[in-house]
Design a protein around this ligand. Structure first.
Ligand code: SAM
Length: 345
């Protein structure tokens, strides 16, 4: 079945479920081999760097799993000003980054006018850089304004493609159908789009994971963010178990085979539960890393889950030592924009 997946880049739902079951205890070496080979076919040994700027931890949403959910009153809230965001870009540019990822909670402070001003100022200051946004669900018109202002990419994980499961992770005012519409709107506007999900989130079944993979195949995004769920002490899911490294690697490998050209980050969440997590992810087909470029004082307050890394191996200022370890793993750090293969705006 793995050979079939490698050759055809697709499987039926029942086959995917079977592959997941077959690899629950240990990963078939064939999976590792074909996933790595597929990544190499399109992107070689390159690992693309993105500088992550966590612009705000204010959020109007109350996702049950998330440490910065609206109802968590223990969070020290912050938002970065335009000047602070530009300063992070300046620091990042000097360090060599050519993609800036602006991520944050759904914070009403950033009106379209404010965001468009921030995006166009970054673009004018650094025309050779890509701007990625990850600011949640917005209207078609807003996405279009962001794009026209110069944003290139947008990350919006679908979180779960099974409605019943999605509803167990989110309050009743949030709907999978709406998130899905946003993802298709983003593609329509012209963004390079990223979807994705957490592995091992509460109530997630094998079937749910197969649905997530099939949804990804249908959407055909350019990027896929897959990391383990990790509980946060001040959320509804404080006492739930974290997702495992093993299952996260399995989902990454299957995604690489289903979407051969995708850009797949070795996520901070994976690095946070296993010091070797990033290396393992790169070996199984991941090809992006996103070190933290936020102002150092704010990082601890963007705590999506407990013990989230933001220093050392996850910090942009450690870029030299991160590059060194990537070379030691046998990969090639790449500081270009790192667009989706053959991408033209
Ligand atoms: N507000 C934007 C959005 O909705 O896409 C971006 C910020 S949101 C905090 C970024 C991602 O963090 C989510 O898509 C979710 O998958 C992940 N996340 C949140 N809480 C998490 C947790 N407890 N464990 C692992 N990942 C988590």
């Amino acid at each position: 079945m793995i050979k079939k997946l490698y050759n055809t880049n697709t499987l039926e739902k029942s086959e995917l479920i079977q592959v997941i079951k077959d690899n629950m205890d240990s990963l078939d070496p064939k999976l590792l081999h074909y996933a790595a080979k597929t990544r190499e076919k399109y992107y070689g040994k390159k690992v693309f760097f993105r500088g992550l700027i966590e612009v705000s931890n204010y959020c109007k949403n109350d996702c049950l799993y998330c440490g910065i959910r609206r109802d968590n009153d223990k969070v020290k809230r912050y938002r970065l000003s335009k000047e602070e965001i530009l300063n992070s870009c300046k620091v990042g540019y000097k360090l060599g980054f050519r993609t800036f990822v602006l991520q944050g909670g759904e914070d009403g402070y950033y009106t379209d006018e404010i965001m468009v001003d921030i995006i166009s100022t970054i673009k004018n200051s650094y025309p050779d850089c890509a701007i990625t946004l990850s600011l949640g669900e917005k209207s078609y018109e807003t996405y279009k304004k962001y794009f026209e202002a110069g944003a290139d990419r947008y990350l919006l994980r679908h979180e779960s493609a099974t409605v019943e499961h999605y509803n167990k992770l989110h309050p009743s005012n949030m709907e999978f159908e709406h998130r899905k519409d946003c993802l298709y709107n983003l593609k329509d506007v012209g963004f390079q789009v990223g979807a994705g999900f957490m592995v091992g989130s509460p109530y997630q079944s094998i079937e749910n994971m197969a649905e997530d993979l099939l949804f990804l195949k249908e959407l055909n995004p350019h990027m896929v963010g897959i990391g383990p769920f990790i509980p946060h002490k001040d959320t509804v899911f404080a006492k739930e178990k974290a997702g495992t490294v093993h299952m996260t690697l399995l989902m990454l490998a299957l995604t690489r085979l289903l979407l051969p050209k995708s850009l797949l980050p070795a996520t901070t969440a994976l690095g946070s539960i296993d010091p070797k997590g990033r290396e393992k992810a790169l070996r199984i087909g991941a090809n992006v890393i996103m070190p933290n470029l936020s102002p150092v004082d704010n990082r601890k307050n963007y705590a999506l889950y407990d013990n989230k890394l933001s220093t050392d191996s996850e910090a942009a200022e450690s870029v030299n030592s991160i590059s060194k370890s990537i070379r030691e793993f046998g990969f090639v750090p790449d500081f270009s924009r790192g667009d989706y293969i053959h991408w033209k705006r």
